[in-house]
Each structure stands twice: as C-alpha cells, then as structure tokens.
Write a protein that binds this ligand. Structure first.
Ligand code: ADP
Ligand code: MG
Length: 319
C-alpha cells in the first residue's frame, strides 16, 4: 500500500458539507452570509500527548475531540477538518482502528474530513478544524468584566487522576482507573453548550491545561482578576480514591478535562441554571471576576490559598 492508497482507503469519504473534499490540491467550502469562519488546530505527539501504547481507535476519537472542544469554547458550529499524519511505518491495523475512531467522532458531530497530508515520521496527529458562527457572536477570552460570575461545566479531575495512575504517582482500584481512563481517552467536546452560551457568556475557554491555569488566560486577556471558591468546584467522584492533596491538584490543575470554563453577568444566572437543566449537564458557579490581575483560590473560611499547582506547560517540562 502506498501513500495514495492509504489516503483513499482510510481517509477518503464523501464530504457532505463541503463543495470539494479530499482528492484535489485544496478543498473548497462555503460560509453562509453574515457568518465568520472559526479555525483552530491541535497536534498530538506520541510520548507527549498520549502514551505509546494508546488504543488507536480511542486516539482517533480524542484527536478530533480536542479540536472540537476548541470550537465549542468559541461558540462555533464545527463543519470541516483536515488531518496531517506522520506515521513511523505503514501499519494497517493501526490505521483501520484510528480512522474508525476518527470518523465515529466526526459522524457524531456531523463534520467532514476534507483534506490533509500524510508522511513518514514519528507518530504525530495534527488536525485543523473549521466551523462558523454569526459574525460578532464568538465567545472570546477577552470579554470578562469585574462582577461577572465564573462557571464550569461537568466535573473536573478524572483525566488527571488517570495520568497520575498511569505514571505510578497513585494506585487506583481497577474499576476507578478504568473510568478515569475513559475520561482521559474520550473527552466529550461541549459543542452544544458552546452554541447555547452565545449571548449568555461574556468569555469562555475549554479546560485543557487545568482550571486555574486556563482561567488565568481569561484574566490576562480580559485585564481582570478572578476568585475561585475551591469548595464549590465540582470534581469527579473517582477523585474520592485520591489522597486529599492530589485530589486538589487533579481538579484545580489537572489538564485534559475539556470542560468549558466561562464567565457571565449575574443577570444571566437563571438562564444558565435553566440551560444546565435542558442540556442535562452540570453547570456550576465557582467564583467571580474581580478587579486585579491574578486568580485567587479561596477556601470555605474565606482564606486565600497560595496557588502551588501549575497547568501543564509543554516547554516548562521539557528538560
Ligand atoms: P499534494 O501533493 O497536492 O499536497 P497530497 O498528495 O499530499 O497532495 O494529498 C492528496 C489529497 O489527499 C489532497 O486532497 C489531500 O488534502 C488529501 N490528504 C492527504 N493526506 C490526507 C489525510 N491524512 N487525511 C485526509 N486527506 C488527506
Ligand atoms: Mg501534500
């Protein structure tokens, strides 16, 4: 099988929502009048973003899910993606499983693979995703204002607990480890939530590097500070199996959750509660935006705790 057979066999599918898909020098797409394109890219490298023995079907799902999550955080509706793949060798069982996972996630969200590139090299999966949204309605990181409430979707920390278990920092019971693995391997992009937060949220992002580190990005770009009420942050039930200090680290600083963190004016509070009910997704008020420049972690006794955990910084951990 050569490169072209590989593309045809594993990645060429009719592109439903594009004018021209895989096969030419470029794909062609149309954007509805009054809409903007939202474009994002996320790369997964073996040994850095996933373990060498990662299940290829789950990897296909995850590679696309993390990209979908970025569009969710913008409030965009995803439509198209490209896949640039470096493979150490022609491995058909791996390709079959990977493309099965990839297209399962694509079908779930009704999006099309419209192009990419394939080459030989250390296993690297680079996806670029594009979608659209009505002009001016994107959920930016820069829109938070003092007085806004800080919210988070879902429950945090299970993916971080899976990493702690796999790297030997903790030993979780098998069933707990399995559930944490699922959250690490198969994050759920909160697309519907992102779409529904247009007009409600003042700022939003997805949590890929840990709640505190990611909220800091909103603070920087909105020129404000934030208070996070530690005991209000919803954490995954699996974290009960962790020692207390690691539990806090997992849900405050653990990456890979891909939940959304967003801010909204207090007069949106009821609308958010109603939205949680409608989407059957936990949405929790965890703090507020304040004047200032940094994120403050506050316990039940109103004490400010030092933030000793840092989100994952790929270069900080380089050496
Ligand atoms: P070119 O040489 O013009 O860059 P390629 O030979 O790399 O084109 O790719 C041929 C076609 O297959 C293009 O339409 C490209 O977008 C698509 N393609 C290549 N690799 C992939 C992939 N991994 N997934 C989807 N489409 C791909
Ligand atoms: Mg090429």
């Amino acid at each position: 099988m050569n490169e072209f057979d590989l593309i045809t066999h594993y990645f060429k599918r009719p592109a439903k929502n594009a004018d021209l898909g895989v096969g030419d020098d470029a794909a062609l797409v149309s954007v509805a009048a009054g809409h903007q394109l939202a474009i994002s890219a996320d790369m997964l490298v073996e040994g850095r973003h996933f373990f060498s023995d990662a299940n290829p079907e789950r990897l296909g799902c995850k590679a696309l899910a993390v990209n979908l999550s970025d569009l969710a955080a913008m409030g965009a509706k995803p439509s198209w993606f490209t896949l640039s793949l470096a493979l150490p060798k022609m491995d058909e069982p791996w390709l079959a499983a990977f493309s099965r996972g990839l297209f399962a996630m694509a079908d779930q969200h009704d999006i099309s693979l419209i192009g990419g590139d394939t080459t030989c090299g250390p296993l690297t999966i680079a996806i670029q995703i594009a979608g659209s949204l009505p002009r001016g309605q994107a959920l930016l990181r820069s829109g938070a204002k003092p007085g806004d409430e800080v919210w988070v979707s879902g429950a945090l920390g299970a993916a971080a607990a899976a990493v702690m278990h796999r790297t030997g920092r903790v030993s979780l019971p098998d069933d707990v480890a399995e559930r944490c693995d699922l959250r690490l391997d198969l994050p759920i992009p909160r697309i519907e939530l992102g779409l529904r937060l247009r007009g409600i949220a003042s700022a939003a992002l997805d949590i890929s590097d840990g709640l505190l580190a990611d909220l800091r990005h909103i603070c920087e770009q909105s020129a404000c500070g934030a208070e996070v009420w530690m005991d209000a942050v919803p954490f995954a039930g699996e974290l009960d199996a962790l020692p207390e200090s690691l539990r806090y680290e997992a849900f405050l600083a653990g990456g890979d959750d891909y939940e959304l963190c967003f801010t909204a004016a207090p007069d949106q509070h009821k609308a958010i509660i109603a939205l949680a009910d409608e989407l059957k997704l936990g949405l929790t008020h965890i703090g507020k935006i304040i004047q200032g420049t940094t994120v403050h972690l506050i316990d039940a006794k109103q004490q400010h705790l030092p933030i000793i955990f840092h989100g994952f910084d790929h270069f900080a951990y380089e050496s």
